[in-house]
Design a protein around this ligand. Structure first.
Ligand code: ATP
Ligand code: MG
Length: 400
């Protein structure tokens, strides 16, 4: 088995230091736009301000449910508004604490509660193991009874918790104000638009009433978002004519994601730096787009658990572009033996294939297969050749 090495000309620091297109690349990915302006989010801004304002009168606000596709500014705008709310509360002498929890890192009720307690009361030592859910709830209620304050909890990426642990934490938070002397308001955020399927009716009445939807951006919005940010990231006049328009148009056809548009702009800059160019011309777009796609794929592939890595490698190393799904299990078991792992069941492998298809790594359908001379389930690899090579290299490295 050979590892394919790509030919890349080596850069010296003098090339990158002298040919500086980027003034400050961090600002390109900064959560809060450096200008402080959220393009095309006036409605969501106002909704949040109106909904949260009862807190400034020492009342709990209604719980909020924010959803929309990835990269539509949910986290950035919510954190900006909660920050403004904190400032206003302080001015008015209203006691307010806000807690931000990312549920991808805190998937269970227990981790959400213990992280919340750690933020609220860092001096109180919570044993790493030992406190069960009931003890954590008691501690949380005790704290809220003692402090008599306003608490705003933001549970971002809540779909991770709902899928793994159900909606018990939301049920608890929807009732908490009946049992404590503080006023608790909760905001949940999700980029899975089907998330309400995981919420039972007992919680929908509290979290389903006030929804704020973040719609995908159109080309005009994405263009404005990039135009607003480039002055903080790039030297004046380095962005080629028509480049931002091209990026905006390309991203709108996918899912109107501002993060992806900004990332694509960054890849254009990287390609220009590698080519030692003084500007970032439009004709770099295709190469930058391929680079971006390739890195997205290798990122996903690199994060797969071991058996999925072995399975995907066996698919990538199959010389056929369209593979009958009957052959896949056999190939997978061969690679398991090669890497000294006991193969998982056929059924599990079929589930992995569904997951790969959902992630866009493969395309699965039923169709005519010449080799078998019959209709059969088949999978097709859609990624470009260079991306495939990068993924193979990444998997071979990981499985060594
Ligand atoms: N309206 C906007 N104006 C300026 N920048 C924006 C806007 N919307 C999003 N961005 C920028 O896009 C990036 C992604 O935003 P954010 O992380 O808030 O998206 P999200 O909706 O929370 O995505 P995800 O669902 O993946 O968590 C951030 O860098 C943010 O500053
Ligand atoms: Mg987010």
């Amino acid at each position: 088995m050979t590892i394919v090495v790509m030919c890349i000309s080596l850069l010296e620091f003098k090339d990158t230091a002298e040919n500086r297109l980027l003034v400050n690349q961090q600002t390109l990915f900064q959560l809060k736009p450096p200008s402080g302006k959220f393009i095309h989010r006036e409605k969501q801004h106002n909704d949040l301000v109106i909904q949260l304002s009862p807190i400034l009168q020492n009342q709990a606000a209604s719980n909020l449910f924010i959803y929309g596709f990835p990269g539509t500014g949910k986290t950035a705008l919510t954190l900006d508004i909660t920050c403004k709310l904190e400032t206003e509360a302080e001015k008015r002498g209203v006691s307010l604490k806000t807690v931000y929890i990312n549920c991808e890192e805190n998937k269970t009720d227990a981790t959400i509660l213990s992280s919340t307690l750690k933020i609220l009361n860092p001096d109180r030592k919570i044993p790493r193991v030992g406190w069960n859910r009931a003890k954590l709830i008691d501690e949380f209620k005790e704290y809220l009874n003692r402090e008599k304050m306003n608490l705003l909890i933001v549970l971002d990426e809540i779909d991770h918790t709902l899928k793994q642990s159900g909606d018990d934490i939301l049920y608890l938070l929807s009732r908490i104000n009946d049992f404590v002397s503080s006023r608790v308001t909760t905001i949940i955020i999700s980029n899975d638009v089907n998330v309400s399927n995981y919420i039972k009716p007992r919680v929908t009445s509290s979290f389903g009433r006030n929804k704020i939807i973040f719609t995908p951006y159109n080309a005009q919005d994405l263009l404005k978002i990039m135009q607003d940010r480039i002055n903080y990231c790039f030297k004046t006049g380095v962005i080629g004519e028509g480049l931002l328009e091209k990026i905006a148009a390309a991203e709108t056809t996918k899912r109107g994601d501002a993060r992806e548009a900004l990332k694509l702009l960054y890849y254009c800059a990287l390609v220009a730096i590698e080519k030692r160019l003084p500007t970032i011309p439009l004709n770099l777009f295709e190469e930058a787009q391929e680079r971006g796609e390739s890195e997205a794929y290798t990122g996903i592939v690199g994060a797969l658990p071991t058996h999925q890595k072995i399975l995907f490698l066996s698919i990538l190393l199959n010389p056929k572009r369209i593979i009958p799904s009957d052959n896949i299990y056999k190939d997978y078991t061969q690679y398991c033996h090669k890497y000294k792992y006991t193969p998982l069941t056929d059924r599990m492998v079929r589930n992995f294939l569904i997951y790969f298809s959902d992630m866009g790594l493969i395309y699965a359908d039923t169709g005519w297969l010449k080799t078998l001379k019959k209709k059969s389930k088949r999978i097709t690899l859609t990624m470009p050749e260079e991306t495939k090579t990068n993924c193979i290299n990444r998997l071979l490295e990981a499985l060594q």
